[in-house]
Write a protein that binds this ligand. Structure first.
Ligand SMILES: Nc1ncnc2c1ncn2[C@@H]1O[C@H](COP(=O)(O)OP(=O)(O)OP(=O)(O)O)[C@@H](O)[C@H]1O
Length: 646
């Protein structure tokens, strides 16, 4: 049977098809509505509108028409390649694209620019054209909002490039005092922490990337001590410094590690007092307001600060980055800390990853300046772009030493080094194990999870201290690559709940019950809760017989009545995506038994490095671990090119 009545499908036929795709979960209702709402009769435009919205929902800033036409099923993930396939489903978009005569990106682009709904980027930039809902930049199609957001981020970052900061006298000695030669380093190994600190002294924008325990916090505390000393000596006043992170959990971790590092590293009590030890969430810092995308701080009401440090910067999506850069005073310094190898933000954009791509060297003048400041020789790698002069990567982990299996596995995965990965399993590391499952009915997986949570749940019987419960909950986490299916959080949460109930560790499997861990899935500024915050449902010590949900926040514990929480999910099993910004003593990481494009190097790396003490990888298809290590993530965007274009 022909796919459509006419040789070329009509707009109403497309709507019917989108409805079907929505029913199947291939598109979001929003994608189909958006295409319909635009009201164009040209099916090529209608299809592009639905797809650009669909891609945005998958984290891509834009739709690359040419790339989508080359391999539509994979690029568009239609049908979804995340384990949601049933049987008897329609084919992917290829027949539709063929029926519409869309054979090349240029053909599709030409059809799009003929529509009043699509504005060419060059015309918008030249002021020849009023904004339209869609923007075409070369063969990249954007929603206007995202195109303008990407441009704003590129311009704001561009304005922070170059322009080296003047340095006070005595800075070389001060750096030398703060960074004595580290005995752990090889004789010819540069001290990258020292270089990172010197770089951040010289620039208004610095990105310090590094894996777990590579000393990002240590470096930043030394930097703050140096900058404050210089400011007090030079201007007679300390800088106004703020610390922030994308989620409450990450902010709480940053507060704790900064406080520890200040205690360890800064002797002078007066100087100590100038370094903040409390981090806040970015949303709180910017002044998120209920029911609006707008923040209290923006270009006309700048943040009152001289230096902002943001941790877990890989979790910052493009729109949040725009809001942050817009609210930052032009002369303020911005230091972004993060791990470029981690998964990107849940929302659209992979800002940190993009900014750090190929950023492995410095331009000669900067290299010479850094060599003088740090009294060491730097590798003579040239900067691949002006941005590279603002990026430094810390390479040595002080948490995972040579004897750590977690460190070795994370490194092998990152490098896509299959031989090294195999060696990790045969080396007998104490902090690493693999659980080979016989299939989805293998009960060992759920049994392991029940054992993992037993200590936390049994503790609730004898203790009513929510802080202790939160600490105990942090000792183990079941992480999944997928959301749906038997290997995803939805399936595993139900199985674990049922098994915990059978073991008498929880008293219900639905609704609110003592011990239920929940994650907030949408920002709620009214309650002061943000996407990714994790809370525990516990008996309220202040009103016996009642339950409250306890969240650990920067200023202490927050107890909320369960009925006030709307957007939450149970997290006995959590996706790796949602675990970003958190760490657990032990992690059980479950991979599915079928190949899946979600399984990437970044996902494996992020999951593995959530574990501090022990990581167990569970899968019924061990070959998939190697397949995932061999595949990097890709997010469509043009931020780098626009930044470099100026
Ligand atoms: N140069 C160093 N010499 C010795 N120990 C170090 C050095 N740098 C960091 N450490 C130690 O390594 C541990 C991790 O350091 P730090 O917290 O600064 O790293 P991080 O990259 O911020 O870690 P995380 O991944 O937890 O955010 C700390 O215990 C710290 O004291």
């Amino acid at each position: 049977m022909a796919l459509f009545e006419e040789p070329r499908p009509t707009a109403p036929e497309l709507d019917t098809l989108f409805e079907r795709w929505t029913e199947l979960g291939w598109l979001r209702p929003l994608d189909a509505h958006f295409a319909h709402f635009l009201g164009t009769d040209d099916p090529a435009v209608r299809l592009a509108a639905a797809l650009v919205s669909h891609q945005l929902g998958r984290g891509h800033i834009c739709l690359d028409l040419g790339r989508a036409l080359l391999d539509p099923d994979a690029v568009l993930s239609l049908p979804p390649q995340d384990g949601r396939r049933g049987g008897g489903e329609p084919s992917g978009p290829r027949p539709l694209l063929d029926a519409l005569g869309l054979d090349r990106g240029a053909t599709w682009a030409a059809r799009l620019v003929a529509s009043p709904l699509v504005a060419p980027a060059a015309d918008l930039l030249a002021g020849r054209r009023a904004p339209a809902p869609l923007v075409l930049d070369g063969e990249r199609l954007y929603l206007y909002r995202l195109w303008s957001c990407e441009g704003a981020v590129a311009r704001a970052l561009g304005a922070r490039l170059g322009a080296p900061e003047p340095l006070g006298t005595g800075v070389i000695d001060a750096i030398a005092r703060l960074f004595p030669r580290d005995p752990a380093l090889e004789p010819d190994e540069p001290d990258w922490q020292k270089i990172a600190c010197a770089l951040a002294l010289c620039q208004r924008l610095t990105i310090i990337s590094g894996g777990p325990g590579t000393g990002k916090t240590t470096t930043v505390v030394k930097l703050l001590a140096l900058l404050q000393q210089q400011a007090i000596e030079g201007q007679g006043r300390a800088l106004r410094v703020r610390l922030a992170a994308p989620t409450g959990k990450a902010a709480a971790r940053l507060s704790a590690s900064i406080a520890g590092a200040v205690e360890r590293l800064v002797d002078d009590p007066a100087l100590r007092g100038t370094i903040p030890q409390e981090a806040t969430t970015l949303h709180r810092l910017l002044g998120a307001r209920p029911d609006t995308r707008h923040f209290r701080h923006y270009a006309a009401n700048l943040l009152p600060l001289d230096l902002l440090v943001v941790d877990e910067a890989s979790m910052i999506d493009l729109e949040l980055m725009q809001a942050l850069l817009e609210a930052l005073p032009p002369e303020a310094r911005l230091v972004l800390l993060g791990d470029r190898d981690q998964l990107a933000s849940v929302e659209a954009g992979a800002v940190l990853g993009e900014l750090c791509a190929d950023a492995d060297g410095f331009a000669l003048p900067l290299r010479e300046r850094l060599a003088t400041l740090t009294a060491q020789t730097l590798p003579d790698t040239d900067a691949a772009s002006p941005l590279a002069d603002h990026v430094v990567t810390l390479k040595r982990s002080y948490r995972f030493d040579g004897g750590s299996g977690i460190g070795a596995l994370a490194q092998a995965v990152n490098a896509g080094d299959i031989e090294a990965l195999r060696r990790c399993w045969s080396a007998g590391y104490a902090d690493l194990s693999r659980l080979e499952l016989s299939g989805e009915h293998d009960t060992r997986l759920v049994e392991r999870a029940v054992e993992g949570y037993r200590g936390y749940l049994q503790g609730l019987e004898s203790e009513d201290d929510p802080l202790l419960a939160l600490e105990r909950f942090g000792r183990f986490q079941l992480l999944c690559a997928l959301r749906r299916g038997p290997w995803g959080v939805e399936g595993l949460n139900s199985l674990v709940l049922a098994e915990l109930a059978r073991a008498g560790l929880i008293c219900a499997t639905r609704g609110w019950f003592a011990g239920r861990p929940v994650m907030v899935t949408r920002n709620d500024p009214r309650l002061g809760l943000y996407n990714g915050d994790v809370g525990l449902t516990l008996p309220d010590p202040e009103s016996p017989g009642r339950l409250k949900v306890f969240f650990q926040q920067r200023d202490g514990l927050r107890a909320i009545t369960p009925g006030r929480l709307n957007d939450i999910e149970t997290v006995f099993a959590m996706t790796v995506h949602k675990s970003q910004g958190s760490e657990f003593e032990r992690v059980l990481l479950v991979l599915p038994d079928q190949p899946n494009p979600i399984l990437t190097r970044e996902l494996l790396y992020t999951g593995i490095t959530r574990a501090r003490r022990h990581c167990e990888l569970a899968t019924a298809a061990p070959g998939l671990i190697e397949a995932a290590a061999g595949r990097g993530i890709w997010r469509e965007s043009n931020l780098r090119a626009r930044l470099e274009r100026g």
